[in-house]
Design a protein around this ligand. Structure first.
Ligand code: ATP
Length: 306
């Protein structure tokens, strides 16, 4: 196994009665990736994560964390992992700091210094002595993340960390995950919030009916798509004629002094150069980004998943 691979599943399968919640899943997450695990309700995300952290036993296949089998050497496999699988049940009448002290005592303990350090990392320092009952949902999520960070993990596994958050809470958690990722922590998170994943993650895997139907870097997954762009140019009709002869771009519409084109995203610069070389004055080429959401919706519904 390459040292780079932090998390790998092979043929991971979980059946509940006759239903295959997770069906021969092959996943690979490499060091430094922020990997978004996407899928519609009931696709098998939580069951996968529960298998990864040893809460559910697979029927078939295996998962390796840092090359160690979760089936055969669970405790060793989880040694370098921090996880937030369900929103942790905190005691509302105790402070954030006290909650972490109690929770960490159950899982091997952490020094007071480390507890304060993680509170600082998640931006709760200053509020650490306030009762958790006074925390917003976003603050509770961040306290959960602080708990997951206590053991200095190299891999963070988060099940739906953004669920139920208001826009401010979303931003707090998104910023935190982005910061942890940019500091080199490998993060595997499930989500159905596509926009969040698009903004936070470097890589994405899409699961449907327990199977992986697409995976790759966000750039790769979007890169395979055709790009639509609006071209603002002084003579749109002549620009349409110039571009109309080119194989790499199609003129989609003309109007309002603008031109809409569809083509290979890497070739938009060529279209620009060509227009300029023909004496046209291009004041803007505005890409209409194909969002991960559009792609996800197509894949999740079964269309174009091949
Ligand atoms: P959601 O986004 O709704 O949380 P999910 O992708 O996390 O969905 P899972 O919770 O993993 O999906 O569920 C996958 C399938 O397995 C669903 O059909 C679900 O009903 C079923 N399932 C999950 N846990 C159990 C269980 N303990 N007993 C029976 N069926 C289960």
């Amino acid at each position: 196994m390459s040292n780079d691979v932090v998390l790998r599943t092979r043929g991971l399968t979980k059946r509940f009665g006759k239903r295959r919640a997770v069906d021969g899943l092959d996943l690979e997450v490499r060091r430094g990736q922020v990997f978004g695990f996407l899928g519609p309700n009931g696709a098998g995300k939580t069951t996968t994560i529960r298998m990864l952290v040893g809460l559910v036993r697979p029927n078939d296949g295996d998962a390796e964390l840092f090359g160690v089998s979760i089936r055969r050497r669970r405790l060793e496999a989880l040694q370098r992992v921090g996880a937030m699988v369900e929103t942790p049940a905190f005691y509302d009448h105790l402070s954030g700091q006290r909650n972490l002290e109690l929770l960490s005592a159950l899982s091997g303990g952490a020094t007071r210094g480390r507890i304060r350090e993680t509170l600082r990392i998640v931006g709760l320092f200053g509020r650490e002595r306030d009762k958790v009952g006074t925390y917003s949902h976003g603050m509770k999520q961040r306290l959960g993340l602080a708990h997951a960070l206590l053991p200095h993990p190299e891999l963070l596994i988060l099940d739906e960390p953004a669920t139920g958050l208001d826009p401010e809470g979303l931003r707090e958690v998104r910023d935190l995950i982005g910061r942890l990722g940019s500091e080199g922590l490998t993060i595997f998170l499930s989500s159905h919030l596509l926009h969040e994943v698009e903004q936070t993650c470097t890589h994405v895997g899409i699961i449907r009916e327990g199977r992986l139907v697409a995976s790759g870097s966000v750039a790769e997954l979007l890169g395979g798509e055709k790009q639509t762009a609006t071209v603002v140019v002084d003579d749109p009709q002549r620009a349409a004629d110039v571009l109309g002869d080119q194989p790499f771009v199609t003129v989609a519409a003309l109007g309002d002094g603008r031109l809409r084109v569809v083509g290979d995203p890497d070739r938009l610069a060529d279209a620009n150069a060509l227009l300029v070389s023909q004496g046209l004055r291009v004041s803007a080429i505005i890409p209409e980004r194909t969002s991960l959401e559009e792609m996800y919706l197509r894949i999740a519904s079964g269309e174009g998943s091949g």
